[in-house]
Design a protein around this ligand. Structure first.
Ligand SMILES: Nc1ncnc2c1ncn2[C@@H]1O[C@H](COP(=O)(O)OP(=O)(O)OP(=O)(O)O)[C@@H](O)[C@H]1O
Ligand SMILES: [Mg+2]
Length: 297
């Protein structure tokens, strides 16, 4: 079994004179949740379409589940950017039909369809037609449709597009559940803040090229400001260690002078006998990291 779920080396894809993706290198490990992030037009969908064998690469090598794109189609689940299922079919019929296409028996497709619809809160809609669903419900149905055949690798192009916070959580739970069952999940998103907590590793694309790549925790650490998050808020007047303070919800982000280590700062706070409920190293939101990196290029 190949080590990686996906291996991309020096990928290039052009449309006429538009270079959509260039010199792109990344790997997705088996069993991880991988985020392909970047603003509109970055090249996420283009890359995904190459992985799905819908588009041919102009240069580079791409391996999916150890083979050429398209070779392991029945072990891959795909939510395309363009949405649409059979509007006149009932949800259960749609899912059984798609399961059959992927080689499932009617009985097992029906069973899995029922379980998945239940999991995303669509159980009572099972006998309704797709056309009777709201947009968000339709989106959940299509995500369910993409995993009906229990694929080893799931590629979701913008799974949170158009979902409210509650349904976003439902889909995140579904993705975490897939991960817990050993599946590999690749998802794209242009709103980085919405997927930060979900992804273990990320590829941040800008104008078709990678600008950040790796474990999210490492990236966050690398870009962490010399600051702490503290609650409840305190009055820092007269503290030479403090460069500036930002209020964030019921917390404060306290930016320290460059030579001040957070642990020494904490010691000083405790020595002063101040009441502290929460004290944590501050991190920079991914959006902000992206802006920092792109500005510095
Ligand atoms: N069929 C096409 N013909 C010509 N140019 C295209 C085509 N598809 C995409 N492009 C261009 O390629 C670039 C990358 O597009 P892509 O759809 O991959 O971006 P994306 O990261 O998925 O963006 P979004 O967040 O808006 O979905 C853009 O400049 C886009 O205009
Ligand atoms: Mg896209």
């Amino acid at each position: 079994m190949a080590e990686y779920a996906i291996q991309v080396e020096d990928l290039r894809k052009v449309y006429g004179d538009v270079i959509a993706v260039d010199q792109l290198d990344f790997q997705v490990g088996r069993g991880e949740i991988f985020g392909m992030l970047g603003p509109n037009g970055a090249g996420k969908t283009t890359t995904i379409r190459v992985l799905m064998d819908i588009l041919k690469a102009d240069a580079g090598t791409v391996r999916v589940l150890g083979g050429a794109p398209g070779a392991a189609r029945e072990r891959v689940g795909y939510l395309p950017e363009e949405r649409g299922l059979y509007r006149g079919l009932r949800l259960d019929e749609t899912l059984v039909y798609l399961g059959r296409l992927k080689g499932m028996s009617v009985a097992s497709a029906r069973k899995r369809a029922a379980a998945l619809l239940e999991q995303v809160g669509l159980a009572e809609w099972s006998r309704k037609k797709a056309q009777d669903l709201s947009r968000g419900m339709h989106q959940k149905l299509q995500i369910v449709a993409s995993i009906i055949h229990d694929p080893a690798l799931v590629i979701l192009d913008e799974p949170f597009q158009g979902l409210d916070p509650v349904n976003s959580e439902v889909v995140k739970d579904l993705i975490r559940d897939l991960r817990a069952h050993g599946k590999t999940i690749v998802l794209s998103a242009h709103e980085m803040s919405r997927v930060e907590a979900l992804c273990e590793r990320i590829l941040l694309i800008h104008h078709g090229r990678a600008v950040l790549y790796g474990a999210l925790a490492d990236i966050k650490k690398q870009f962490a400001p010399n600051a702490i998050e503290i609650a409840p808020p305190l009055d820092w007047q007269g503290w030479a260690e403090v460069a500036r303070v930002e209020a964030r919800d019921r917390k404060q982000v306290v930016y320290l002078q460059p030579h001040i280590a957070p642990r020494d700062f904490l010691k000083r706070i405790l020595e002063q006998g101040l009441f502290v409920e929460q004290f944590a190293l501050a991190t920079m939101p991914l959006e902000q990291i992206f802006v920092t990196v792109v500005k510095g290029e």
